[in-house]
Design a protein around this ligand. Structure first.
Ligand code: SF4
Length: 118
């Protein structure tokens, strides 16, 4: 079986093919550098994503604040992460860079300030 990916590591966008045989990688081709090969193998075997969303904030000038995970999260864990985040309610004030929560060792970082209402 052959899996095809367009590499997103740099603007060249190489089309990388991974050929699998008996559950093992037989060949990786199309990458112009080793970084692309590493990325494609991870994308096939254990894809990860930075998760970006908004969370509600109480006593704030803004009703929500944007947040992101401090590191890429295994895509299989994203539904349970989103369920966890959906139950959170933050309290102002919040500064950019504040760790507002943590999920299985992954920090949830504020990417916008939420000032407290006076
Ligand atoms: S394989 Fe290397 S050169 Fe090609 S797009 Fe990916 S990072 Fe860029």
């Amino acid at each position: 079986m052959i899996y095809s990916f367009t590499c997103i590591i740099c603007p060249l966008g190489c089309v990388i093919e991974i050929e699998m045989e008996n559950g093992k990688i037989k060949e990786v081709r199309g990458n112009k550098c080793p970084r692309g090969k590493e990325w494609a193998i991870e994308e096939l075997l254990s894809p990860k994503r930075i998760v970006i969303t908004v969370l509600p904030v109480e006593k704030s000038e803004l009703p929500v604040v944007s947040v992101k995970t401090s590191q890429p999260v295994d895509v299989r864990k994203i539904p349970s992460l989103m369920k966890y985040l959906s139950e959170l309610k933050l309290m102002a004030p919040i500064k950019i860079g504040d760790v507002v929560a943590e999920f299985e060792g992954v920090k949830i970082i504020a990417t916008r300030e939420a000032k407290k209402v006076k």
